[in-house]
Design a protein around this ligand. Structure first.
Ligand code: PLP
Length: 392
């Protein structure tokens, strides 16, 4: 018996436990101090009425023999995949229903997609980055090449022709940096992937935060992307489904490697290992795309975007370099006074009693930077920024 020794190569993830420990110690030393948390990436607005009504109806259906449902359809119920295709059609993208796979979220799918790729592939991953891409490839024993995000490239690394990779992870709008690729920049990545016979894994978990009409809301808005990209989407941040769990992945039928359809491989993988998403949740997700659902989730998204504006406006007035804050729920900035990420974390906690996320937790390229999230409530964001102004 041998374990998967690749797991020995994983770095322990201390980020959120270290944050919790430091905050706990501070609270112990300073009882009664009100601590504001702008570190978390979880949403705080509740599910919208259209979703709740649809899920309630589905619960009732499950309680009646005539409408009860057992095991669901393989790739997700047709009603939801149709609604997703309709959502893409509104962005000018034609999808076939069988190109859409309903899932329990983008974390699972971005993590599991590696099952259909050989472990000898070389993987290109930005740094700083959402840690799931790195850890799942370490688990699979793949060689990872990091591409540096920094102030010079606005944390939007572009392809370098001399760097050869088979699989490329891109996330836009980005977590943690909030930076958003333009259509031209994504076009360079699509060209690179086609030239190198590579596959791009595009995480669009934050697509709904893009309100600048010139920015892409799906990589399939770039011509020929269907030949080289798998896109992952999520209801988590779009519609507050972080606890409800639903997402979807698009694997175009035209995506062929080694004479095999990646769509067929993913279908085989999912039908073998994944149980699907509950009927009740899929009805809730379908309701997100109804006219009322879309209007209601937009109100929540606007609320978070206004929070992001308040945070980024404060940084701008203090002359602090940042990315995000527009078309994204995250604001990513250089730590004032050349502090390291953790030095600034302690400084902000001690002096302003505000908790954020040290950029170094997202990779070595994040050292010296800091992330604030706009998913908190308005009063907290406003008072956190008042305190920030008083100490910076
Ligand atoms: N992808 C990115 C870039 C994220 O930041 C997150 C969550 O924070 C996820 C995926 C996870 O999404 P889900 O809740 O759909 O699994």
């Amino acid at each position: 018996m041998n374990i998967n020794k690749n797991y020995m190569n994983l770095k322990d993830s201390y980020l959120f436990s270290s944050i919790a420990k430091r905050v706990g110690e501070f609270a112990g030393r300073n009882p009664g101090k009100e601590i504001i948390r702008l570190g978390i990436g979880d949403v705080t607005r509740p599910l919208v009425p259209a979703v709740i009504q649809a899920m309630s109806r589905a619960v009732d259906e499950m309680g009646r023999a005539e409408t009860f449902r057992g095991y669901g359809d393989e790739q997700g119920y047709s009603f939801l995949r149709k609604a997703i295709c309709g959502f893409y059609a509104a962005k000018g993208i034609e999808l076939q229903e069988d190109e859409v796979f309903v899932s329990d979220g983008a974390k699972s799918d971005t993590g599991n997609i590696g099952d259909i790729f050989s472990s000898v592939n070389t993987v290109l991953i930005p740094d700083p980055v959402y840690p799931v891409y790195v850890d799942t490839n370490i688990m699979a024993g793949r060689e990872i090449i990091y591409m540096k995000g920094n102030e010079d490239n606005g944390f939007l690394p572009l392809p370098e022709p001399r760097v050869k990779a088979d699989i490329i992870y891109l996330c836009s709008p980005n977590n943690p940096t909030g930076a958003v690729y333009t259509k031209e920049q994504l076009g360079l990545w699509v060209d690179y992937a086609i030239e190198n016979d590579a596959v791009i894994l595009f995480d669009s978990a934050y697509d709904s935060f893009v309100n600048d009409k010139n920015l892409p809301v799906s990589i399939y808005q770039i011509s020929r992307a269907r030949e080289c990209v798998i896109e992952f989407a999520s209801f988590s941040k779009t519609a507050g489904f972080t606890g409800t769990r639903c997402g979807y992945t698009v694997v175009p039928n035209g995506l062929i490697r080694n004479d095999s359809s990646l769509n067929k491989l993913w279908l085989r993988r999912q039908t073998t290992k994944f149980n699907g998403v509950p009927y009740i949740v899929q009805r809730g997700a379908e309701a997100v795309f109804s006219p009322e659902g879309l209007a209601q989730i937009q109100e929540n998204i606007n609320y978070y975007l206004e929070n992001a504006e308040i945070i980024s406006g404060t940084l701008a007035r203090r002359g602090i370099w940042f990315t995000g804050g527009k078309n994204s729920p995250y604001v990513w900035f250089r730590c004032p006074g050349n502090m390291s990420s953790w030095e600034f974390f302690d400084f902000l906690l001690e002096k302003a009693n505000v908790v954020g996320t040290p950029g170094a937790g997202f990779g070595v390229g994040g050292e010296g930077f800091f992330r604030l999230s706009s998913f908190g409530n308005r009063e907290d964001v406003v008072s956190a920024m008042e305190r920030f102004k008083s100490i910076i």
